[in-house]
Write a new protein. Sequence first.
Length: 279
Amino acid sequence: MRIVALINDTAGTLVASHYRDPHVKIGSILSTGCNAAYMEDCRLIPKLRGSGLPEDATVIINTEYGAFDSERKVLPLTPFDRQLDDESAHPGRQIYEKMISGLYIGETLRLVMLRMHEEGMLFKGQDVSRLRTVNSLETSFLSAVEMDMSESLTGVKHVFKESLNLDVALDELKACRYLIGLISTRAARLYACGIAAICKKKGIHQCHVGVDGMVFNKYSMLKGRAVQGLRDIFDWEGDRLDLISLNPAEDGSGVGAALVASVALHPSELGECTAEEYT
């Protein structure tokens, strides 16, 4: 086996998305984690000065911005965010990611509902042993609840029974659905802040963003809220089309890796290699 290129999922998503759509300037992951990548001019990167690269050369910047605010001094953390961080496998790391990604927003919901139960506001007299289980709620739980738009919330009731073994009254279902909407909206708008920060840094006023990941592709209401977050940040007029568009990029990382490998190889090698020989 010969390794010809190393690339992470975020850079791969940028490469694959730009290959399909030249208007893509940012690649992003919103799944169990979050990240973004963009193209930067080499002349603006201090450690590349004097490297002999052409003046107009560019390089992919893998931001790893999920690690933003490890000091917990910038982001608007609630007591539940601090509890989640303190009880996580890596306290004090990936703070931004813990507020928006699929690995954590279900746990945020669990902590809030458990506190409300302990204060006598939810699930009175019921066995909440499942709710006490750490990481017992996945993002799919939030998405499934929000998909039920009926007055009776029959689907939500079924989700709570199936996932938490709770028989929830209608008023409690409405309260929980509202709570999920708040957590999802906060995650979506914070995600939009990350994309907006890159656009403002690079002076990008209009572009497409290739986004891969389970949360973005499967949680449609969160995606819509992220789009609205961008509209609010940039203060676009109500009837104007989205100048920064979030576009799905399924399997962007895999396709991107293949593209980078093909560029890394000399054309003469491409005709000789087999799938087993190159990674």
